[in-house]
Design a protein around this ligand. Structure first.
Ligand SMILES: [Zn+2]
Length: 406
């Protein structure tokens, strides 16, 4: 994660509600609105009181008919700020670790990183960069304001250095053979300026790679997955919108794929002398995005109503409901549906989250073993990809609740 936008403060007026931050076309269509949601969803709060008092803002998603990009036109970047208090790591899950290892192998091979240098913008806790550099025989530099060297977490260090800061114009002198940026672009509001800066940083190094991994917003629209929409994510890309932005800013997109149960876009690009022409199958999604944007408001309302009714009915019947996952999806799910006592707690396997409280609603985040004292009747898994892992954890605890995924 990073906040490039803090460095663009002098240009903050550039994000006028009417101008698309990707292609600058005028945008007037709003497709989704939630009021008063926490401005951060992976920050940790030490008390329910602090969680309730957490700053809130509105979210108002606008759809650009010209390029298919979706953005929060009510986004207020002055309330954002990332610090070492963030806990976004998913590396405590074996499902996620297997995915990360596979992706690291793929990047190492496609970008031939052996003996080369990798720069990761928004490296989080640095787990992925370290994995990539150690297994691929490369050196690495990560940059992230939320980096924190926890004891026991970063033991196998490898040849990786970290700068604890936001990426911005101050770092455009950095040189690397591969520029990596995972789960960061969705946090940036001035997206075209951000990609332009990376292109400028690469300069004449035509053999460099730029590898981006970003959540796929098309899937969010298809599945009415409102739990994947939250304040920290001010920018939402379909695969086509993602590639269009890079082509516009002087990259040639060579590979565009969907990974992790089709939840994430992985894009490989090379610098080019100017704008490039679309040529990959996944890029041609503008018409589909128009149709999805058209029907999204009614579909998402129906999905929200259905979850609210189901959870309220379970609670009224005396059943204990818990969420599995104490991250951004859970925070969005709880705050968007305005759930309170209807949900007992959020379970998370990340020990750094346990004992804390979810921003906004103040639900406690507990360890799986805490469920032994308070056995759940209904477990809602916040990401279907973890269904098996969660079912096994519950079985190991000898618990037999009903398990459903969002
Ligand atoms: Zn646009």
């Amino acid at each position: 994660m990073n906040s490039f936008d803090l460095h663009m403060a002098s240009n903050s007026k550039a994000l006028r509600p009417a101008a698309c931050p990707c292609c600058s076309a005028p945008v007037s269509r709003s497709i989704y609105r939630v009021e008063s949601i926490p401005v951060h969803s992976c920050v940790l709060l030490n008390s329910a009181q602090a969680a309730h008092a957490f700053p809130r803002r509105d979210l108002d998603l606008a759809f650009c008919e010209a390029c298919g990009f979706i953005f929060n036109k009510a986004f207020d970047e002055t309330v954002m700020g990332y610090s070492t208090n963030f806990e976004e790591s998913q590396h405590f899950s074996s499902t996620f670790n297997n995915f990360a290892k596979g992706l690291a192998r793929e990047i190492a091979q496609k970008c031939a990183i052996a003996g080369k240098h990798v720069l990761e913008i928004g490296c989080g806790k640095g787990e992925f960069l370290r994995e990539l550099c150690i297994s691929g025989g490369a050196t690495g530099l990560g940059i992230d304001p939320a980096y924190r060297a926890d004891k026991g977490r970063n033991d196998e260090y490898g040849d990786v250095k970290i700068i604890v800061d936001f990426f911005g114009p101050d770092y455009q002198h950095l040189q690397a053979d591969t520029v990596l940026c995972r789960h960061t672009l969705e946090h940036v509001s001035s997206v075209s300026s951000f990609v332009r800066l990376i292109r400028k940083m690469i300069g004449k190094r035509t053999q460099d790679w730029a590898v981006f991994e970003t959540p796929d917003a098309k899937r969010v629209l298809v599945e009415s997955a409102f739990w994947d929409i939250y304040y920290e994510h001010c920018s939402y890309f379909s695969p086509g919108a993602h590639a269009r932005l890079f082509r516009q800013e002087g990259f040639d997109v060579t590979d565009l794929e969907l990974v992790y149960d089709n939840q994430y876009i992985v894009q490989y690009a090379r610098p080019s002398a100017g704008r490039t022409t679309p040529r990959l199958p996944l890029e041609h999604d503008l018409e589909v995005m128009h149709r999805l944007a058209e029907t999204f408001p009614a579909r998402v309302r129906a999905v929200q109503n259905s979850w609210q009714e189901r959870i309220r009915a379970a609670h009224a019947a005396g059943r204990r409901v818990v969420l599995w996952g104490g991250g951004s999806k859970a925070v969005s799910f709880l705050t968007t549906l305005q759930l309170g006592d209807e949900v007992w707690a959020a379970v998370d396997i990340n020990p750094y989250k346990q004992g804390k409280f979810t921003p906004g609603t103040g639900h406690p985040v507990i360890a799986p073993s805490d469920l032994l004292d308070t056995p759940p009747d209904l477990v809602i898994v916040m990401n279907p990809i973890y269904l098996n892992e969660v079912a096994q954890s519950l079985k190991a605890l000898d618990l037999r609740p009903e398990i459903v995924a969002v």
